[in-house]
Design a protein around this ligand. Structure first.
Ligand code: NAP
Length: 238
């Protein structure tokens, strides 16, 4: 089995989970020591990295050239010895939230489906939500929160779900996967500030446009499935 994006937030956890569950797995990175090396954007090293691989979990992203990278990956899979299974990690609400990165995800999901692969949509990882919360409460006295709901998920729960999918019958579109609680950004930021021992006056920013309307309607929240909570993550991380 091969995991792309193996040095990333999800990939690191996923490789560990798959190994724990007894899979013969290697991780892919462009350059980090100890990994199979390939660059998905150029395709360099891919054929070699795919040798003997039966399943690829595609969790690499550079945020800009992901469609080109998926094209290269699928091209290489088509010509690989045993036409490996493909599992792609997408995001909840990509078809409802008009954002360039999300449009790319929809395009890649289509390519993955045409190949006969699987796309799992997950909601925002706790790690990303913490980055957002820190950025928006950076000023000494005041912080800002967008008026929308999230349902952040523990990255380890996503890794375990992906392992279950790989071990199962690989449906084209398994149920979306998100965290246990749908919560407003204000509530998430307040929990962060509390755990971090910081005081801020929280001011709402109501951002205009279709994208924020979709986010306010909860388009990115998903149905749940994960068990790790925001508070548990904060206690462990801060
Ligand atoms: N973060 C979230 O909240 C979230 C939520 C839902 C779904 N997702 C999806 O889950 C997946 C993983 O996200 P993440 O946050 O774990 O990503 P990440 O931490 O940004 O890691 C992405 C990895 O991709 C690799 N990469 C980038 N460009 C590459 C290229 N051209 N060739 C080969 N490898 C390349 C990098 O590894 P090297 O630098 O070692 O090459 C990097 O470690 C993504 O598809 C993302 O859209 C993320």
């Amino acid at each position: 089995m091969l995991v792309t994006g193996a040095t990333g937030t999800l990939g690191r956890d996923l490789v560990a989970v798959l190994k724990e569950r007894g899979h013969d797995v290697r991780g892919l990175s462009r350059s980090k020591p100890g990994y199979a090396h390939a660059d998905l954007t150029t395709g360099e090293g891919l054929a070699e990295a795919l040798r003997g691989v039966d399943v690829v979990v595609h969790a690499a992203t550079d945020g800009r050239r992901d469609v080109a990278a998926a094209e290269k990956l699928i091209e290489a899979l088509e010509t690989a010895e045993h036409k490996p299974q493909l599992v792609f990690v997408s995001i909840v609400g990509v078809d409802r939230i008009p954002l360039g990165y999300y449009r790319d995800k929809v395009t890649i999901e289509g390519m993955v489906a045409a190949y006969g692969g699987t796309s799992l949509r997950a909601s925002q990882f706790h790690d990303l939500v913490l980055t957002l919360a820190k950025a928006m409460t950076k000023l000494p006295l005041v912080g800002f929160y967008p008026a929308f709901d999230l349902r952040p998920v523990e990255v380890h729960d996503v890794a375990v779900r992906l392992a279950e999918i790989v071990e199962g019958d690989l449906p084209a579109r398994p149920a979306d996967f998100s965290g246990p609680e749908r919560r407003g950004a204000r509530d998430l930021w307040r929990a962060y500030l509390g755990k971090a021992g910081k005081r801020r006056l929280l001011v709402p920013v109501r951002l205009p446009g279709k994208m924020f309307r979709a986010l306010r309607a909860g388009a990115g929240t998903g149905p749940g499935g994960g068990t790790g909570t925001w508070e548990q993550y904060l206690s462990r991380t801060l």
